[in-house]
Design a protein around this ligand. Structure first.
Ligand code: NDP
Length: 258
């Protein structure tokens, strides 16, 4: 799994085709979509237009809450594959821990790799109690847990739980959806390395061992967000960023889902 991916939430139509096309051109090899984003068709078009061999691109999509359930989850994956124009995805995630359906959905997804429909299966927005429930029900663990993470939101408990169980943590909204890029500590660190605040946030994610999936619809930012492999934050700078943790969500908070 590439450590840096490209997010597509909110990108639709031609904007999405152009953004994913640009991302593939500048070197991203992980594209994150979801049935809920309504852009799987556009992601598929951009992948085909790129002429990059299918096996060189890692594609993630997700089963929406409305599609969860033992019978509907397999149909949802088939529908996603149809829209993407692919015979398999690299990673298929449960988008949200829907209370009454998540365990049955997981059990329906476990055979997908064997059936060649998904190379791996995982979850998103699962907190410790949701993961414990899956573990109690089935011996197959999610390969990945995609959750919101940034210096403002460390989610230490669930990250620790994933690390203990060998579940790769993937950071969504790693740029705080653009809402905290002017934070003085981040600006100071960015100036020190001659980098941008967005690049500092992504570097923080990578140095935590997270896979990060920033989204942008603008070519210059798509490139900027990929240029994060030519510097490393020093331990004191990582600590200064760590000190920003305020448990701040810029997206939904799944800890309230029982
Ligand atoms: P991000 O943290 O990636 O931020 C995206 C926002 O930041 C956009 O408004 C973008 O604007 C702006 N931006 C991007 N790059 C820069 C930059 N270099 N400088 C300044 N502003 C910038 O938020 P997302 O919520 O989109 O998260 C990323 C991806 O994670 C999603 O696209 C989706 O694939 C996934 N995700 C998954 C969720 C889940 O429940 N599993 C929930 C939320 C996200 P512009 O486009 O105009 O550049």
């Amino acid at each position: 799994m590439p450590v840096l991916g490209f997010g597509t939430a909110g990108a639709t139509g031609r904007t999405c085709v152009a953004a994913v096309g640009e991302a593939l051109r500048v070197g991203y090899r992980l594209i994150d979509t979801a049935s809920m984003y309504g852009n799987e068709r556009e992601v598929g078009i951009a992948v085909r237009e790129s002429r990059i061999p299918r096996e060189d691109i890692f594609i993630t999509t997700k089963v929406a809450s409305s599609e969860q359930g033992p019978r509907s989850a397999p149909k949802a994956l088939e529908a996603s594959l149809g829209r993407l124009g692919l015979s398999y995805v690299d990673l298929y995630l449960i988008h949200w821990p829907a209370r009454r359906k998540r365990v049955a959905t997981w059990e329906a997804m476990v055979p997908f790799p064997e059936r060649g429909l998904a190379r791996a299966v995982g979850v998103s927005n699962f907190m410790v109690h949701h993961l414990e429930e899956l573990r109690a029900a089935n011996e197959t663990l999610p390969a990945v847990n995609q959750i919101e993470l940034s210096p403002f939101l460390h989610q230490k408990e669930v990250v620790g739980d994933c690390r203990r169980h060998g579940i790769q943590v993937e950071a969504y909204s790693p740029l705080t959806r653009g809402r905290r890029l002017k934070e003085p500590v981040i600006a100071r660190i960015a100036a020190k390395y001659g980098k941008t605040p967005a690049q500092v946030l992504l570097r923080w994610s990578l140095q935590q061992g997270f896979v990060a999936i920033p989204k942008s619809a603008r070519p210059e930012r798509i490139r900027e967000n990929a240029e994060v492999f030519d510097f490393a934050l020093s331990p004191p700078d990582v600590r200064a960023l760590d000190a920003l943790d305020k448990g701040l969500h810029f997206d939904w908070d799944p800890s309230r889902v029982p």
